[in-house]
Structures are given as C-alpha cells and as structure tokens.
Design a protein around this ligand. Structure first.
Ligand code: CAO
Length: 603
C-alpha cells in the first residue's frame, strides 16, 4: 500500500519550531503512536508521533530543521495485512486530526468556548483581567487550568508545590492525568503561592483556579499588571503548545512499553508513583539514588512531561540526571541509564553472588563539585568503565588479605641479563616477568587450592588441571588482563615472546574477548614502574593474584657480613575464604624460593 504522509499536528500558536531530535530512521518499523521527532520551541517540547503503524519509508526532516503545523515529516507505509485496519485508523486519525484542528480553532473562538459550557471559565478570564487591574494593589493572581483540549474533569495526580513556595515563571505547579495524557500546569509568572485550590485526587477542567499566586511582577505597578496580563495571554500559547505536548506525550506513553500504558493508568498505578516520590527515605537497602526525589530540583529539571512521568514512575530524581538532549534536556534514555546505574550500584553485583544490596554499602552520592570550584567532566574510557565495575565487584565480593614477601633475584637477574642480548637477537624481550610466570605456574601445581575457584554456592572448590595466567597490562584505555595459556608447559623464551606479543596487542586495543578469559591466577607487575608494595585485587573467580614491585639492591646479612643482593618485593593477595594466612605465607615463600634459585624450577 502507498506510503502515507505523517504531518506536524496542531502545535498551538507556535510556528517554525525546531526539530531537536529525530527518533527513528528510514526503514524502521514503527508502531502506531510511536514518537518520530521531538520539536522544541523556546517554551515547550513536544514529540510528534506517527498516526499509523508500518514501515517508515522516508524521513522528510532532519535535526535542526524547523517545521510548522501541517508540514510532512515522514512517509509511513502501513503494515501489510492491516491495510483496512490501518486505513480505518488513519482515517480515524485524520478525523481526529481534523477534530483537533477544529478544537484548536475553537480555542481561539470565544463563541465556541462558550458553547463548551465554559462560561465560568470565560467569565473567570474576564475576572482575571479585572483582577489584574486590582493587582496593582494586592498583586495576587489566579493560576488556572489552561486549555487542555477535549478533556474535561481531569485528575490532579500530583501537586508539585506547597503554599508559601516561591515559584519561577513556567515552573510546573500540578500534574494532570486524563485516561490518555499527562500534562503539567505551569505558573504563569514568578511569585509566591499564597493558596492552593486543589489537592491530589481532585478533578479539574479548563479555567479552574488551581492556585493563588502573589506575582513578583504584578506587585510593582499597574504597568506590571499589564505585562502580566500579556504574559497570561502568552501562556495561553504555551498552553496550546502543552496541549500538543500532551497529545504527543499521550501517544508516546501509549507507544512505549517502558511507560505506563493508557489502560495501566488506574488509580492503583498512581499509588506507587506517589510512594516512590514520598516514601523513598523509608526504603531499605542501598538504592539511595532512587529513594529520594528533591521535588524542587525535579520540577526545575529540563524534561518533557512524558519523560517526567517516566521518571516519576521509576522513582528517579530528574534533578540528579544529566540530560544528553539539546540544551541539556533530559531524555528517556538518560532516565533509563540513570536508573540502570543506580540499580547496578544498589545491587552491587548481586548477580555474581555479592551480598544483596552491595553489602549494604550506599551508592556514591552525586555531588555537585562546581560548588567548590571550577570542574570539568571527562567521561571514562570504555575499558576503564568495564574494569572499574570488575574491580569494584571483586573488592566487595572477595574477603582479601595481602601477604608481603621478598625474593632474592640476584642470580635470576644475572642469568636474565646474560641471556637478554641473545634473546633479543631471536626477537625475544626477556623481562623478569617471564620468570615470574614460571614460578607462579609451579606454585599453582604445588598448591591445588591456589588453582581453584569456589562454586557459586560457596560449598566446594573447582580444582583446575590447566594453568592459565592473566597478566595486568597498562594500556592507554585502562587496565587489561590478557591470558597466557598453559604456562606450565612452556619455556621462559616462549613465555617472554607471548607476553611481549599479547601485551603489545592489548596496548593497541586489538585483543579478542576470548584472550581475556579462562585465567586460573593473575600477575600484576609494577616493577617497570616503581613502588615497594601494593595490594592487588583478586580477579574473581580466581583466588589469588601476585603483585610484583620494583627490585632494588639491598644489604642482606649472610651470617658474616652484609652482602648487596637484588631484592624483589612480592605482594600476594588472596581470597581468604579459600586460602588461609599460613598457606598464603607458604605460597609466597615457595615463589620466592623459585625465583631465588631458578634451578628449583626444574625440580
Ligand atoms: N623491578 C625492576 N625492574 C623491572 C621489574 C622489576 N620487578 N620488572 C621489569 N623491570 C624492568 C624490565 O627488566 C625492563 O627493563 P629492561 O628493558 O632494562 O630489562 C623494564 O622494567 C620494562 O619492562 P616492561 O614493562 O617492558 O616489561 P615487563 O615484562 O616487566 O612488563 C607489562 C610487561 C605488560 C606487565 C607491563 O608493561 C605493564 O603493563 N605493567 C603495568 C601493570 C599494571 O598496571 N599493574 C597494576 C594493575 S592494578 O593491580
């Protein structure tokens, strides 16, 4: 069937509104009511949905374009097999479109406004203008429910302010929810809320007074009143934009599974919404990032009503979320990412067997460091993000102890240096690490528990008969742990060659995923960098890691005199659930012995 045009609906008084986001691509299959683009005027943000389901064959707009009511934004080919239904739907939609156009026209038609039975509203408008004249003395204005389209008796699902609050112009005061849409009613000007006329659960219609506002602007003079009156008229435009916003929210809400659906919007669903906003502090565990919403910050956050509703539904504080949209606008994806991160933090690797709630450790609070001085936010490299999660999980999961020891590697280094040049001719970079790999392999054979992993239930050990060792490699993108396989079966030259090759590829970002799997043990060498000791973190499900620091010449008492010896510091961290302290001391002693006398490696 031929593709149908999807047009910009009635967007109120606004003309030439900027396309700030294109949410779909050509070739996409779209659901009916799925948002296609996001528009943003200087005052309102709204999403334009498709009126039919099908395949998007052509996009007529791109980000940065400006559009007006009636402009074609895309062509959608109705889904096969649903032609008649789609046709009907689209007819309906077209009709609805006409209806809404009519409705929109009627917005400007005072007669029709009267016909809608809203005499009081019209009268109230008049009264309001009169009030404005009186405001020169009192400065208090009525904030009313704006044009909310075809809806009548809409429920107040949230009151976002309290009596006595200072509000800014355009700050949302209440949230309304019909069976199809959610919208916020903003304050028409800055000032102080002197009286709230509605509470949660009330129903309101266009023109109903929701609050009395001591307007900051209107206090000054009657000139100010006139300005405010003008503002009110202007906000009528906003209202219409909101109406369009609301329409799109409605459509977006219905189209996205992630959000509450039309039918879901029962009163029972509203309960948790309120709960998430208010009872956060009562929540247990570690979901501190989700548990408390700062209403003030939430209300001031730059986000569309549909995103606000989504955030409320999930209990996410918009005020804490950094928007990735234009001008920092918070998108649904931002809310999702925030909630995902908060859950990960609160669960603290529970999926990997960590104590529920991350061991009861609260997540790191979001701190606005700019309050202390200038800051710059630099996103972590992908590998650093991954390794950060891994070390955090391992640090929480494993009860660590680190055993320190030293090895006298005077002979080993003499041997290495004697062979270094020859090795280099064979293309081998002979570093101390190759010897340490061999010593560690011997320890894994000698101490089977060192070459083991705890079963998930913590009741057994899996002893491994193979000997793979991971090496910590410092790369520009962050720490990587490539694995050398069957270390026990390879000679020092071969290990040195493989180490050089695989660490080079790690630094070049060319490692394959499989090359970082299956390790039995790890070695982290900072010998080429410096330091005397450190406490490496065990990589679960391994149970031990050997840290190696920089060797140094030291005076060692040989029974008769001090002798200069090359001493290598060892830092062996282990999982105390598997290895006890005495065994750990034996393990480091064993490794030290092997490195001190290479001949013992042959035994
Ligand atoms: N003491 C003194 N010097 C040492 C040493 C030690 N323990 N270990 C290595 N060196 C020397 C080497 O001999 C080499 O010098 P020469 O060329 O004169 O022989 C020099 O330091 C540089 O060695 P290298 O770093 O190129 O090679 P390596 O095999 O020692 O290490 C690798 C390879 C990949 C482990 C290393 O490059 C690296 O990335 N290290 C950092 C690991 C890390 O970040 N660990 C912390 C992780 S958090 O737990």
């Amino acid at each position: 069937m031929a593709a149908q045009e999807i047009k910009v609906p009635d967007i109120g008084d606004f003309d030439s509104v900027e396309v700030i986001e294109v949410l779909v691509s050509e070739g996409d299959t779209v659901e009916e009511e799925q948002a296609l683009i996001t528009l943003e005027s200087d005052k309102a943000t709204l999403e334009v949905p498709t009126t039919i389901a099908g395949k998007l064959t052509e996009l007529k707009v791109k980000e940065g374009d400006t559009v007006s009511e009636g402009d074609v934004i895309a062509m959608v080919e109705a889904e096969a097999g649903e032609d008649s239904a789609s046709d009907d739907d689209s007819d309906d939609d077209a009709d609805e479109g006409e209806e809404s156009d009519d409705a929109s026209e009627s917005d400007d038609d005072p007669d029709e406004a009267d016909e809608s039975g809203d005499d009081e509203s019209a009268a109230a408008d008049d009264a309001s203008e009169d009030d404005d004249a009186e405001d020169a003395g009192g400065g208090t204005i009525e904030v009313k429910v704006p044009d909310i389209g075809d809806f009548d008796s809409v429920e107040v699902i949230e009151v976002l302010v309290a009596e006595g609050d200072e509000v800014e112009a355009e700050q949302a005061l209440i949230t309304l929810e019909s069976d199809k849409a959610t919208l916020e009613v903003p304050s028409e000007s800055a000032g102080k809320i002197t009286e709230l006329k509605v509470k949660e659960g009330d129903t309101v219609s266009e023109g109903d007074v929701i609050a009395m506002l001591e307007s900051a602007g209107s206090k000054k003079s009657s000139g100010g009143d006139k300005k405010q009156s003008a503002d009110q008229k202007k906000s009528g435009g906003d209202d219409r934009a909101q109406k369009a916003d609301k329409k799109s929210d409605n459509k977006a809400d219905e189209s996205k599974d992630k959000k509450p659906k039309k039918d879901d919007k029962s009163s029972s669903e509203k309960q948790p919404k309120k709960k998430s906003a208010k009872s956060g502090s009562d929540e247990q565990g570690d979901s501190s990032r989700l548990k408390s919403i700062d209403e003030d910050r939430f209300n001031k956050a730059h986000a569309s009503p549909s995103v606000r509703q989504y955030a409320r539904h999930l209990g996410a504080d918009l005020g804490r979320i950094q928007g990735s949209g234009r001008k920092g606008r918070i998108l649904e994806d931002d809310v999702q990412a925030y909630v995902k991160k908060a859950l990960e933090q609160s669960q603290g690797g529970a999926s990997a067997g960590a104590p529920a709630g991350g061991g009861g450790v609260p997540g790191q609070p979001d701190i606005d460091f700019s309050q202390f001085g200038e800051v710059e936010i630099v996103e972590l490299a992908r590998i650093r993000k991954i390794s950060a999660k891994a070390v955090h999980k391992n640090w929480l999961l494993i009860p660590h102890v680190t055993q320190f020891d030293t090895a006298d590697i005077t002979e080993m280094e003499a041997f290495r240096k004697a062979n270094k040049e020859k090795a280099a001719k064979d293309g081998v970079k002979l570093t101390p690490l190759a010897f340490m790999l061999k010593a560690a392999a011997a320890a894994l054979r000698e101490f089977p528990d060192l070459n083991s992993s705890l079963t998930a239930d913590g009741a057994s050990l899996v002893h491994k008969k193979y000997c793979n060792i991971a090496i910590a490699v410092d790369t520009p993108g962050g720490l990587m742990m490539p694995v050398l396989k069957d270390v026990d079966q390879k000679g020092i030259y071969q290990l040195a060659r493989e180490l050089d090759e695989i660490s080079g590829r790690a630094r070049d970002g060319k490692l394959k995923g499989d090359e970082m799997k299956g390790a039995c043990f790890s070695i982290s060498s900072l010998g080429g960098v410096g330091g005397t000791a450190f406490t490496p973190i065990v990589n679960s499900p391994e149970v031990g890691i050997l840290g190696v620091s920089k060797h140094s010449m030291q005076p060692v008492w040989n029974g008769a005199e001090f002798e200069p010896r090359l001493i290598l510091p060892l830092s062996f961290s282990y999982d105390h659930r598997v290895i006890d302290g005495a065994k750990a001391a034996r393990i480091t002693g064993f490794i030290s012995e092997k490195l001190s006398d290479l001949r013992t490696l042959l035994l």
